[in-house]
Design a protein around this ligand. Structure first.
Ligand SMILES: C[S@@+](CC[C@H](N)C(=O)[O-])C[C@H]1O[C@@H](n2cnc3c(N)ncnc32)[C@H](O)[C@@H]1O
Ligand SMILES: [Zn+2]
Length: 422
């Protein structure tokens, strides 16, 4: 990441009330000190953690991640609902300009009233340029128009419903190289393997039920973005991948990087064997060899294969570490908001970023069932696996699960050791 030319704000800047406009209506909601009114828009307070993560990442990107940190910082919120994200990108991430768009024209008064809490023309914005605009287009059309006009953004946020990914290519085209794209899917059916046709058409991945379906969901969205970026001659790096149970919602923040990478090392197939519980990844060059050493190769039912999808790390540990320190600096890290503590969440994500960890996680009760012992305490199992030289941590996705590069047969032995049964 480029060295900082601007120091990070010690606390997120607060809104300056507009002098010339009439006072906005009374606010019914507030997120981290920013007040707004959701009106009739779709708004979930449960999604505040997803917005916190976006603001932290965008702020770091503005200050430290761009080749020219003094250039105007431009954000586009393609499905803005009431405009809460747009408002937070302006007020907290220090955006010089935010484009707030929602297909529904009926939301215009709500969005305008919320953004009116922020000066429409800021000194930092270019002469004659506003610091925010509101439009009502289909997201793909809006993003394509920005690309055709060569208007590129530092952060593009598409907080969509369902699993439609039609806008991904247009979003990548309208993003600056090095910019951040924040994608959302709420299509849990596809992620969990009950909508293979739609996962195939949206993300190019054939998904079947797996023991870690919500991690597969994140990898499906990342894989789709990686494929689209590769088609355009770029590649992506995941900044963070966040699964939230409410919804459920799969969110990934990726950085667009110049040039194609090899295109296969982080993009392939995940195979799970029901007989022994072991998972493995396979590349395109190993397609004919997918099997598990434990099983009778004629028993096709014991093997589940999903993909192609993202098989590399879910997050960037150094970026997340900076997000955590910014959250601490702003006093956001240790508060419990809608049941989420950022310190705990980001801490788990940092541990999950270990590149030695393969895709997937193992449920503690599966280990105890196979080991025929009572479940060992999660922390004890993780420490024992680390002592044996393996990478092991909790998963932010599933309670009572571990991510590890230890083969399941050895996990079973370690669990028995903990219970003194070996
Ligand atoms: C999940 S809500 C957005 C919530 C908001 N981003 C937030 O954080 O509170 C999705 C929004 O996308 C809008 N929408 C749906 N399809 C769209 C499309 N094709 N283009 C633009 N907006 C769309 C809907 O009107 C809805 O307000
Ligand atoms: Zn097996």
């Amino acid at each position: 990441m480029a060295a900082a030319a601007i120091s990070l704000p010690r606390s997120p800047p607060l809104l300056q009330p507009t002098r010339r406009r009439p006072a906005p209506p009374a606010c019914t909601h507030s997120e981290r000190g920013v007040s707004f009114d959701p009106g009739s828009a779709f708004y979930r307070s449960d999604s505040a953690a997803g917005r916190d993560l976006a603001v932290l990442a965008a702020t770091l990107h503005r200050c430290r991640g761009r080749p020219d940190p003094s250039a105007p910082f431009l954000c586009l919120d393609a499905m803005c609902g009431c405009g809460v994200r747009a408002l937070r990108y302006l007020a907290q991430a220090g955006a010089d300009f935010v484009w707030a768009n929602d297909a529904s024209e009926a939301l215009r008064p709500v969005i305008l009233a919320n953004l009116a809490r922020f000066e429409r023309s800021s000194p930092a914005a270019e002469a004659g340029r506003r610091s925010w605009v509101v439009s009502h287009n289909d997201a793909t059309r809006l993003l394509s128009e920005r690309y055709l006009r060569r208007e590129y953004f530092d952060v593009i946020d598409v907080d969509s419903f369902g699993g439609d990914a039609a806008y991904v290519r247009a979003a990548l085209l309208a993003l600056k190289i090095g910019g951040l794209l924040y994608l959302t899917s709420t299509d849990w059916r596809s992620a969990r393997g009950y909508g293979s046709r739609s996962s195939l058409s949206s993300y190019g991945a054939y998904v079947r039920p797996m023991p870690y379906p919500n991690e597969v969901g994140l990898r499906m969205v990342l894989g789709g973005a990686a494929r689209e970026a590769s088609l355009l001659g770029f590649h992506i790096t995941p900044i963070f991948s966040y699964f939230a149970y409410h919804g459920p919602i799969y969110r990934v923040m990726v950085q667009l990087c110049n040039g194609k990478d090899d295109g296969i090392s982080n993009y392939g197939f995940i195979c799970h064997c029901k007989s022994c519980g072991q998972s493995q990844t396979f590349g395109f060059d190993e397609l004919g060899q997918i099997s598990c050493g434990c099983t009778d190769r004629t028993d096709a039912d014991s093997i589940t294969v999903v993909g192609p999808l993202w098989t590399g790390p879910l997050h960037d540990a150094s970026f997340l570490t900076e997000m955590l320190s910014l959250a601490n600096e702003w006093g956001w890290a240790c508060t419990i908001e809608n049941g989420v503590t950022l310190e705990k969440l980001l801490g788990m994500m940092i541990e999950e970023s270990d590149p030695r960890l393969p895709p997937g996680y193992i449920r503690l009760d599966e280990i105890s069932r196979r080991a025929k012992v009572n479940s060992p305490p999660l922390g004890t199992l993780i420490n024992s696996l680390r002592k044996e030289g393996f990478s092991a941590c909790r998963s932010h996705i599933g309670a009572n699960t571990i991510k590890t590069n230890c083969p399941i047969a050895s996990c079973i032995n370690v669990a028995r050791d903990i219970r003194n049964l070996r």
